[in-house]
Design a protein around this ligand. Structure first.
Ligand SMILES: Cc1cc2nc3c(=O)[nH]c(=O)nc-3n(C[C@H](O)[C@H](O)[C@H](O)COP(=O)(O)OP(=O)(O)OC[C@H]3O[C@@H](n4cnc5c(N)ncnc54)[C@H](O)[C@@H]3O)c2cc1C
Length: 258
């Protein structure tokens, strides 16, 4: 590639989304990625003992991930995620009791409130506590998700049954460690827009995201180069460019993936 108009540092889903968008607008884009494969945390790897491909994530998507869905549509993999029409989740609590949270197709946050009223796993004190989250309260960067939930009056049952599983799915981090503001943002996006923004999306196949190391992805939007030209090597898992590219696709790893 001749000199690029834009350099994107990091070939995770955010960097690749930016690169695809910019290239669609006519910019010459170069993505600098430190690892030999792109995708960042949304990637997979082959287990050396079993030979199975292990998916790192994302395992759960939420309807409010509008940019992620637009990105998947652009790279032709949106049909590999099944998105519910409304939030509908089956739960099994620690005693084995089964229940189901179904949020109807009402404007937010009425959909959440109606779902919580019908959810048999909750008592009235849990429901009353949950009403306080109808308008998502502000979160300080100095508190964890757990502290934020306690501080906003969420009962142990509400935390165990809904908020903690949601936080773990969205942040992939324990509520005792994860910072509160990103989770407050996810909840606000889920319960302040269209009813479908709260729905869950599950990948139908392993290769749902953007990593070209996954089978079946045709990656043709941006040139991807390593961060270090000085220690360039051939990539063990090169980007597959299937002839429809307007860019010359290449990956070179500045250091092998450990
Ligand atoms: C095990 C696991 C499961 C997950 N499950 C879910 C889930 O179910 N649902 C969900 O919503 N989210 C999930 N996540 C979170 C989700 O995967 C991340 O939020 C998302 O992939 C982050 O994308 P990103 O592009 O912002 O960052 P990253 O994926 O971290 O990408 C950053 C990239 O930049 C590169 N980089 C950094 N510094 C440099 C540099 N100086 N030069 C060049 N390159 C650099 C890194 O190598 C990396 O490839 C999960 C995460 C993990 C780890």
């Amino acid at each position: 590639m001749t000199s690029p108009d834009v350099i994107v540092i990091g070939g995770g889903i955010a960097g690749l989304r930016a690169a695809v968008d910019l290239s669609a607008r006519g910019a010459r884009v170069r993505v600098l990625e430190a690892k030999a494969v792109i995708g960042g945390r949304a990637s997979s790897f082959v287990d050396p003992q079993t030979g199975d491909r292990v998916d790192n994530g994302q395992h759960v998507l939420v309807g409010c991930y509008h940019e992620t869905f637009r990105f998947l549509a652009t790279i032709g993999t949106a049909d590999r995620v099944r998105l519910q029409p409304n939030l509908d989740v089956a739960f099994v609590d620690r005693h084995g009791a089964r229940s189901r949270l179904r949020c109807p197709s009402l404007p937010a946050p009425m959909n959440l409130l109606a779902g919580l009223l019908e959810w048999e796993a909750l008592g009235w004190s849990d429901r009353v506590a949950a009403m306080r989250m109808a308008k998502i309260p502000p979160a300080s960067p100095f508190e964890t998700v757990e502290q934020w939930l306690v501080h906003n009056g969420q009962t142990a049952r509400m935390r165990e049954m809904l908020w903690e599983p949601l936080a773990l799915a969205a942040l992939n981090q324990s509520v005792r460690e994860a910072a509160a503001p990103p989770f407050a943002r996810v909840l606000s996006d889920m319960f302040s827009g269209e009813p479908r923004d709260a729905a869950l999306g599950l990948p139908l196949v392993l290769s749902t995201n953007c990593s070209p190391s996954r089978p079946g992805i045709s990656w043709r939007h941006a040139a991807v180069m390593s961060a270090s030209a000085r220690r360039r090597r051939s990539c063990s898992d090169p980007v597959r460019c299937r002839g429809r590219s307007k860019w010359t696709c290449a990956v070179s790893a500045c250091r092998p993936v450990p």
